[in-house]
Design a binder for this molecule. Structure first.
Ligand code: ADP
Ligand code: MG
Length: 440
């Protein structure tokens, strides 16, 4: 094996077993962790159907596991070496989709309890809860859209969990659009359209994730159109997600687009600062990572795009903390996120902080930057130093430079005192949060 030790591989499998028990298959132990090169970890499957299963359902779990086990931002690729002639169709051999859909593949972590709501996703969340509680009655179809990493898959799966709890008898079919088209192609090739139609049209809830992949697949679209009509007429629930609204999916027939708009279309936006804070706290708690508030703030300030990136940042922090007795401090978090993340994501500047703080405390900029030591000046100055430390990438020396050339230990001391006060005094904490928010 090139760069992947047996222990690392065992850790990866254990991680997947613990966090995604529903996904694990007996043959996982026979997979071959072939190599780890230039950040790509290649895992060899024994055959086509294993490879398809892994690519359809296990990419994220294995990536997460590989990142946790190696402490590096690796990506995972599944491949299959030998090409074998496809087997002759056998009259009784089950089709892949028949086997796969005996049990739906849901992550136990993607529940409503684990989902953080905020202004960015409140409508989508409420719609999913309503549909989960009365499928086929609330909104049909339900169409959730938003860009990557904003929680579409999470919400779709949470809805399935909710239906399962409330209606244990309900037939739920949850799958990616890729799987739908693969199943369709397989059914066509093997002359098994009857089985395919029976499978898809006799469900109570059909959930298809990332429906934008239907684009330009004419025959799959045609089939989906009929599936949709049948289920809709029977008042069966249809839930779809996409990375854009129905009208913007390229190369999808108008008749499908218009159907997607029949029910409720809900958009998810990028999380705001408060929602990011709540997501970080929830994810950290779920993975047993103790994060001081200043680190939570720091991560929420640097990573603004989506929840998946936040998770990635936490994984990096976790991995680095594991090498340092599990203690997480601001310096460690900075190191884990790397300069790149800071410069890319961090729009807060020290002048902006100075402006916000002078406004909040009604002090003059010149006083903040002077040598004055009266409490009414020294305190807002310390707040500035704390904010500069948590929200910007500047070094202690650079921050000191903004305040009349104070040295690094003064800045460190200021940031620590403010962090302590913040933990002890809820009122002060609110004030600090208000200033931070105004800077985002
Ligand atoms: P999408 O399908 O939109 O690309 P996912 O549902 O896969 O996004 O979400 C990416 C990751 O971020 C998942 O691990 C998910 O649990 C997490 N996530 C996204 N939004 C939220 C949220 N609002 N609360 C908690 N976790 C979230
Ligand atoms: Mg998704």
């Amino acid at each position: 094996m090139d760069g992947v030790s047996n222990t690392v591989w065992a850790d990866i499998l254990a991680h997947v077993r613990i966090h995604y028990p529903d996904l694990v298959r007996g043959w996982f132990s026979q997979l071959n962790p072939a190599r780890l090169e230039r950040g790509v970890f290649e895992i060899q499957a024994a055959n086509d159907s294993q490879q398809r299963y892994l690519s359809d359902h296990c990419l994220r779990p294995f990536t997460e596991a590989a990142q946790a086990a190696t402490g590096r931002l690796v990506t995972v690729r599944f491949y299959q070496l030998e090409y074998r002639e496809p087997p002759e169709p056998q009259p009784h051999a089950p089709l892949a989709f028949e086997e796969e859909t005996d049990h739906i593949l849901l992550s136990p972590l993607y529940t409503f309890e684990q989902f953080v709501t905020g202004p960015c996703n409140r409508l989508a969340h409420a719609a999913c809860v309503a549909v989960g509680e009365s499928p086929g009655r609330a909104y049909n179809p339900l169409f959730i859209h938003g860009s990557v990493g904003l929680g579409k898959t999470h919400l779709l799966q949470a809805t399935c969990h909710r239906v399962r709890e409330a209606f244990p008898e309900a037939q739920i079919l949850y799958l990616s659009c890729e799987s739908f088209t693969n199943h369709f192609i397989e059914a066509v090739e093997r002359g098994a359209m009857h089985t395919f139609r029976y499978r898809y049209r006799h469900v109570d809830v059909l959930v298809i994730d990332d429906i934008q992949f239907l684009a330009a697949r004419e025959r799959s679209q045609e089939e989906f159109f009929h599936t949709f009509n049948t289920l809709y007429q029977l008042q069966k629930q249809i839930i779809l997600s996409a990375d854009c609204p129905p009208t913007e999916i390229p190369s999808v027939e108008d008749r499908l687009v218009s159907r997607f708009n029949w029910g409720l279309v809900a958009r998810i936006d990028a999380p705001c600062f408060d929602t990011r804070i709540a997501i970080i706290r929830k994810k950290a708690k779920a993975t047993g990572l103790a994060l001081p508030d200043e680190v939570v703030h720091f991560v929420a300030s640097c990573i603004t795009s989506n929840a998946r990136e936040l998770e990635g940042a936490l994984l990096n922090i976790h991995a680095l903390a594991a090498q340092h007795d599990g203690q997480v401090e601001l310096d460690l978090a900075r190191q884990a996120l790397g300069e790149e993340a800071l410069t890319q994501h961090n729009p807060v500047s020290i002048p902006a902080i100075l402006e916000a703080v002078t406004k909040h405390y009604g002090v003059r900029l010149a006083d903040l930057q002077s040598r004055k030591r009266s409490k009414s000046i020294a305190f807002p100055r310390q707040v500035c130093m704390y904010l500069a430390r948590t929200l910007t990438k500047h070094s202690l020396e650079e921050i000191g430079g903004y305040f009349g050339g104070r040295d690094h230990s003064t800045v460190l001391h200021a940031a620590r005192s403010i962090a302590r006060l913040r933990d002890e005094d809820p009122q002060f904490r609110n004030a600090l949060d208000t200033i931070s928010r105004s800077l985002q």
